[in-house]
Design a protein around this ligand. Structure first.
Ligand SMILES: *[C@@H]1O[C@H](CO)[C@@H](O)[C@H](O)[C@H]1NC(C)=O
Ligand SMILES: *[C@@H]1O[C@H](CO)[C@@H](O)[C@H](O)[C@H]1NC(C)=O
Ligand SMILES: *[C@@H]1O[C@H](CO)[C@@H](O)[C@H](O)[C@H]1NC(C)=O
Ligand SMILES: *[C@@H]1O[C@H](CO)[C@@H](O)[C@H](O)[C@H]1NC(C)=O
Ligand SMILES: *[C@@H]1O[C@H](CO)[C@@H](O)[C@H](O)[C@H]1NC(C)=O
Ligand SMILES: *[C@@H]1O[C@H](CO)[C@@H](O)[C@H](O)[C@H]1NC(C)=O
Ligand SMILES: *[C@@H]1O[C@H](CO)[C@@H](O)[C@H](O)[C@H]1NC(C)=O
Length: 390
C-alpha cells in the first residue's frame, strides 16, 4: 500500500502551476511539466547549438536585469546569439515551459505572466519543444515529431542559419526576413531590414531602413545561378545554396559544404550583411564577405547632423558645431539620435495678434521665428545682427 503522505505530496505537486518542477529539462527537449530556468540549457544533439536564457554582456546598469531567451553557438567561446525570442520584451525572472494550450511560453515569475508564446494553432494536445542540430527550435506533436506546429526558423532575428529559408510563403503570407538589432547589446529590433522581394518572375534581396521602401543596397536579380551583384556566389565555396520560386513560396536557403565549418550570415547593426567565419586561431568571428562593403553606403548609419568618412576611425562624427546627442547609445553603435546643435536655435512663435492685425497677414500668425541666441551669434555676422531683427 502506498504511503499516503507521498500520495498527498505528489497530489500537491500536480496542483502547483509550473513551479517547483518535478524534473528538469534534459538534453535537447522540453516536454509538458518540465521547465527551463536560470542557467539551464537545451543543447542540440550534435552539440553545436544551445538554447537558454542570457543577459547581454553589459557594463551599463540599464540592462542589468534584462533576460532573453535565445539560441547561441555552443562551441564558440565568444557568446553569439543566432536567434532571440523576446528581443523587445526582456524579462526579469524567466522560466520556459509548455503551457496548458500546448504552446511554448516564457513566464515572468516576478509577475506570473506569460510574456512570450509561440502562439501556434495547436490542435495536438500533447506537444514538446526540441532544439534541432541546425539550431532550429521546433514545437512538435509528441505523437508525430514531423508534425511541426511552430519553428524558430520561421521567425529569424538578425541571423540566417544554414538550413533555414529566407523569403515568403505565398500561401500564408509569412515573410522570413532579417532585422538588425538595436545596438551591440540590446537584441530589440533595430533599424535595418534584409529581405527577399519578388516581382513579375524576378527576385532579389534588398537592404533598407525599417519602414522605408527605398533600398540602399540590392543583391541584383536572381539569374538562375546567383544574384546579379554577388558574382562571388557562383564559386560555391563554403556553402551550397538553393533558390526556389513557385506558386507556394519564394525563398533562398543554403547548406554548409563542410559541417565542421562554423559560419553565420548576419545583418549587423551597422546595416551590413556579413558572412562571418569562426577562426579558431583568432578566437573570433572574421568577416568573409560584407555587403555593402562601405559603412558609409548604409542609409542613415551615423544619424542626423553627422559626417560619415570611411577612411577615418571612427567613421562617424558630428558636423561642426554639433555634438553627440546620446553618448551612451552612440557608444553601443546605436547612432539613430545622431548629433545636435551645441547652441540651440532660439525659436518662438509670434502670437502678437495686435501686431499682426496691423500687418493684415493673419495666416502668418503661427510662423516660427528663429535666430541664433544672443550669446552664440556667429562672430563674423555681428554687424548683420540688428538688420535681421534679432
Ligand atoms: C486554427 O485551427 C482551426 C481548427 O483547425 C482552424 O479553424 C483555424 O482557421 C485555425 N486558425 C489559424 C489562424 O490558422
Ligand atoms: C487529448 O487527450 C485526451 C485525454 O488524454 C484524449 O482523450 C484525446 O483523444 C486527445 N486528443 C488528441 C487530439 O490527441
Ligand atoms: C505526421 O505528420 C506529418 C506532417 O504533418 C504528416 O505528413 C504525416 O502523415 C503524419 N504521420 C502520421 C502517422 O500521422
Ligand atoms: C513582366 O515580365 C514580362 C516578361 O519578362 C514582360 O513582358 C512584362 O512587361 C513584365 N511586366 C511588368 C509589369 O514588368
Ligand atoms: C516602423 O513603423 C512602426 C509601425 O508603424 C513603428 O512602430 C516603428 O517605430 C517604426 N520604426 C522606425 C524605425 O521608424
Ligand atoms: C558590426 O560591425 C561593426 C563594424 O564593422 C563591428 O565593429 C561590430 O563588431 C559588428 N557587430 C556585431 C554584433 O557583429
Ligand atoms: C504686440 O505688437 C504691438 C504692435 O507692434 C506692440 O505695441 C505690443 O507691445 C506687442 N505686444 C507684445 C506682448 O509683444
Amino acid at each position: 500500500m502506498p504511503n499516503p503522505i507521498i500520495v498527498v505530496a505528489y497530489g500537491l505537486l500536480l496542483l502547483l502551476p509550473l513551479r517547483n518542477p518535478t524534473c528538469r529539462a534534459a538534453t535537447d527537449t522540453i516536454s509538458a511539466g518540465q521547465v527551463l530556468a536560470g542557467k539551464d540549457t537545451l543543447v542540440s544533439s550534435n552539440g553545436k547549438f544551445a538554447l537558454g536564457f542570457f543577459q547581454p554582456n553589459s557594463k551599463s546598469s540599464r540592462h542589468a536585469s534584462n533576460w532573453y531567451l535565445g539560441v547561441w553557438f555552443n562551441t564558440v567561446p565568444k557568446f553569439t546569439p543566432a536567434w532571440v525570442a523576446n528581443g523587445d520584451k526582456p524579462v526579469t525572472l524567466p522560466e520556459l515551459a509548455i503551457s496548458g494550450d500546448g504552446n511554448l511560453v516564457i513566464i515572468d515569475q516576478s509577475t506570473k505572466s506569460i510574456i512570450w508564446s509561440t502562439q501556434a494553432n495547436t490542435t495536438a494536445n500533447s506537444t514538446r519543444a526540441m532544439l534541432l542540430k541546425t539550431g532550429n527550435l521546433v514545437l512538435q506533436s509528441t505523437s508525430n515529431s514531423s508534425h511541426v506546429l511552430w519553428q524558430s526558423f520561421d521567425y529569424p532575428t538578425d541571423t540566417h542559419l544554414a538550413g533555414a529559408k529566407l523569403g515568403r510563403d505565398k500561401v500564408t503570407g509569412l515573410n522570413r526576413r532579417l532585422v538588425s538589432r538595436k545596438n551591440m547589446i540590446d537584441p530589440a529590433p533595430g533599424m535595418y531590414v534584409y529581405e527577399l522581394h519578388e516581382k513579375n518572375g524576378s527576385a532579389w534581396f534588398s537592404l533598407a531602413a525599417l519602414n522605408s521602401s527605398i533600398p540602399y543596397w540590392s543583391s541584383g536579380e536572381w539569374n538562375g545561378h546567383y544574384f546579379g551583384s554577388i558574382p562571388e556566389m557562383s564559386g560555391r565555396q563554403l556553402i551550397d545554396f538553393t533558390f526556389v520560386n513557385n506558386e507556394q513560396e519564394v525563398y533562398f536557403t543554403y547548406t554548409l559544404l563542410d559541417d565542421a565549418t562554423i559560419m553565420r550570415f548576419a545583418l549587423n547593426n551597422s546595416g551590413q550583411v556579413k558572412i562571418l567565419l569562426w577562426v579558431e586561431r583568432a578566437q573570433d568571428w572574421v568577416p568573409a564577405h560584407t555587403n555593402p562593403n562601405d559603412h558609409c553606403d548604409v542609409y542613415g548609419i551615423c544619424g542626423p547632423f553627422t559626417i560619415c568618412d570611411e577612411d577615418k576611425l571612427p567613421y562617424c562624427s558630428c558636423m561642426e558645431g554639433f555634438s553627440i546627442r546620446s553618448p551612451d547609445d552612440w557608444e553601443l553603435e546605436d547612432r539613430t539620435g545622431g548629433c545636435m546643435r551645441n547652441a540651440q536655435l532660439d525659436c518662438r512663435i509670434n502670437d502678437n495678434t495686435s501686431m499682426m492685425k496691423n500687418l493684415q497677414v493673419q495666416h502668418w500668425r503661427h510662423q516660427a521665428w528663429c535666430g541664433f541666441p544672443a550669446s552664440h551669434w556667429p562672430e563674423g555676422l555681428a554687424g548683420n545682427r540688428r538688420s535681421c531683427g534679432g
